[in-house]
Design a protein around this ligand. Structure first.
Ligand code: TXA
Ligand code: MG
Length: 339
């Protein structure tokens, strides 16, 4: 299959919408990461997503809507908590787990009686959803296991020949996948941290939001998962990544002692001079929003330069930093040392 990469002209948006209505898949930009979209109401279309990504079938997908009018198509109940969060954070990088609507096809929910719903703020995503008239199931547009794409070039690198069209919407502003919060249990649970923080959710809801254990811990074999996506190794470059926690001086000493061939540091801006190895930087030390925006491109860069062993500086775990740490922890396969 030939993969076309197009700028988001009216014609390209109409082409995307037509493909989606015809049951095809299309890569689209969002403000978080690029997604591979298909009609959430069409089982055969959704199956194509799993094939293109080589994604495990038990990992459910997020449904993207452009207007509240689409809610009845995807969920059977929009609670007052959901209303509050939508008012505060939609359109934007927040996904809510809600009771599943009847029209959503089985492949989207992977057998669960819940559905993940998000209203993206990226204008091109909104235009494509509106032009198609469909709620769109869309996981990140990477091959399963590799870092999520934050540019159209990343999508092309993973998906060339696997889908007919990529719509280029520029570099993603947020850079990490949306915050996922479950509203189907007794209390709200944060399943995946993102740009909308735990504290922001608590402020709007006025109740505590529990942090799912899988955000910071490796799941044990057979443990019950609230969010199936959390159990997979994710976001990983080919190199073996180790997070080294501690001050820069201690980090530099540790790395000098433990480095093997083709070792690279994943560091903060401006730290390169103090490290004895090739470096890839992922933003300013004090700026978690910038780290979020740059992390996935930095992980891909590590592969491009042939890194075999990577020592990563540890982000702060405050606010958006928790989302950065959560992704880096998975890229590191939970290998963390404290110096
Ligand atoms: O920012 C994003 O959310 C991006 C863009 C494209 O919108 N999409 C994305 O999708 O990250 P994906 O499929 O890579 O991640 C979906 C996450 C997975 O961790 C999945 O397990 C979880 O959401 N999820 C989906 N449906 C769920 C459900 N019914 N219950 C619990 N978790 C669910
Ligand atoms: Mg993903």
């Amino acid at each position: 299959m030939e993969t076309q990469l197009k700028q988001p002209s009216t014609q390209a948006i109409e082409q995307a919408a037509e493909l989606l209505r015809a049951g095809e898949i299309v890569a689209i930009p969002t403000e978080t990461v690029y997604g591979i979209a298909a009609s959430a109401l069409n089982q055969q279309a959704v199956e194509k997503i799993f094939i293109a990504k080589a994604r495990p079938q038990d990992n459910p997908l997020i449904v993207h809507i452009a207007d509240r009018d689409m809610l009845p198509m995807v969920t059977s109940q929009f609670s007052s908590q959901a209303e509050k969060l939508a008012e505060a954070f939609w359109p934007g990088p927040l996904t809510m787990i809600l009771p599943r609507g009847e029209q959503v096809c089985d492949g989207v929910c992977a057998g669960l009686d819940t559905v993940a719903v998000r209203m993206p703020s990226h204008p091109v995503a909104q235009q494509i959803i509106r032009a198609s008239g469909l709620p769109l199931a869309a996981p990140s547009a990477n091959l399963s296991g590799s870092p999520s794409p934050t540019t159209a070039a990343h999508v092309l690198a993973d998906m060339q020949g696997r889908l007919p069209l990529i719509v280029n919407g520029g570099e993603c502003q947020v850079g990490l996948e949306s915050t996922v919060v479950s509203l189907t249990g007794e209390r709200p649970v944060l399943l995946r941290p993102g740009a909308v923080t735990q504290q922001q959710l608590e402020e709007v809801l006025g109740v505590p939001v529990e942090l799912a254990a899988a955000v910071l811990e490796q799941l044990q074999e057979g443990q019950k998962v609230l969010s199936p996506g959390m159990k997979y190794k994710h976001y990983a470059p080919k190199a073996q990544v180790t997070i080294v926690k501690g001050e820069l001086g201690d980090f530099a000493r540790y790395v000098a002692e433990h480095k093997g061939p083709d070792a690279v540091c994943l560091c903060f801006d401006g730290e390169q001079e103090q490290l004895s190895l090739p470096c890839v930087a992922y933003g300013a030390k004090e700026d978690a929003v910038q780290q979020a925006q740059q992390l996935f491109a930095a992980l891909r860069r590590l592969d491009e330069i042939g890194a075999v062993q990577v020592f990563a500086r540890c982000p702060s775990m405050e606010g958006v930093g928790l989302a950065v740490y959560n992704r880096l922890l998975r890229a590191a396969g939970f290998r963390v040392v404290q110096v």
